[in-house]
Design a protein around this ligand. Structure first.
Ligand SMILES: [Zn+2]
Length: 193
């Protein structure tokens, strides 16, 4: 339900969003395990004034996100500072996360992007609606199924939960309401949020 929100509440929401996206970006960079050049990505999500000065993104030794830059007076800049200088907006940050999720990690670690699937349904044993059988053959008593979000990342079932489970063997994401496979994320996050 909508309710009127004051300045402090809205400000807090923006700060929350900033911290959450920085954390998600940090996790992707940890997974990738190396510096990512913007030339490797489909595009750069920074604003026009600075886009040509942003060369690469990486984590520093304190796991802070840092950009290698080619400004006349600076060769690096914290992503956090780019956000406060309005060099990337909130949708740009989400684009950045999506772009990084598509990058394969060091040692061939898979990208962690969710790919939609249509027309697939899992089945269950004849007498038992709970005894799921995934298309890969996984069942609750083998690798099992765990509550996840729309990206296939683990979630504690609660208010925001959309009745989705992921197969712990093949990483298909399944809608509990109709047993439809909505997609697959071959390398989802396994930390419970
Ligand atoms: Zn499966």
């Amino acid at each position: 339900m909508k309710r009127i929100k004051g300045i402090n509440v809205l400000k807090a929401k923006l700060l929350d969003f900033t911290e959450e996206i920085l954390y998600s970006l940090t996790c992707e960079l940890q997974r990738i395990g190396r510096t990512v050049k913007f030339l490797e990505l489909k595009y750069s999500p920074f604003c026009d004034e600075v886009i040509f000065y942003m060369d690469a993104i990486r984590l520093d030794e304190n796991a802070e996100i840092i950009l290698d830059t080619s400004f006349a007076d600076a060769s690096e800049k914290f992503l956090r500072s780019c956000i406060s200088d309005l060099e990337i907006n909130f949708f740009g940050l989400i684009d950045l996360l999506e772009l990084l999720k598509g990058v394969e990690g060091k040692n061939g670690i898979l990208p962690s992007i969710f790919k939609p699937v249509t027309g697939e349904y899992i089945t269950h044993e004849q007498q038992d609606r709970e005894a799921w059988v995934c298309l890969c053959g996984n069942m609750p008593n083998y690798n099992g199924f765990y509550a996840c979000d729309e990206d296939g990342d683990l979630i504690e079932p609660g208010n925001e939960w959309e009745y989705l489970y992921r197969c712990e063997y093949c990483r298909r994401v399944i809608n509990d309401r109709n047993l439809q496979v909505i997609g697959i994320n071959l390398n989802p996050n396994s930390e419970e949020g």
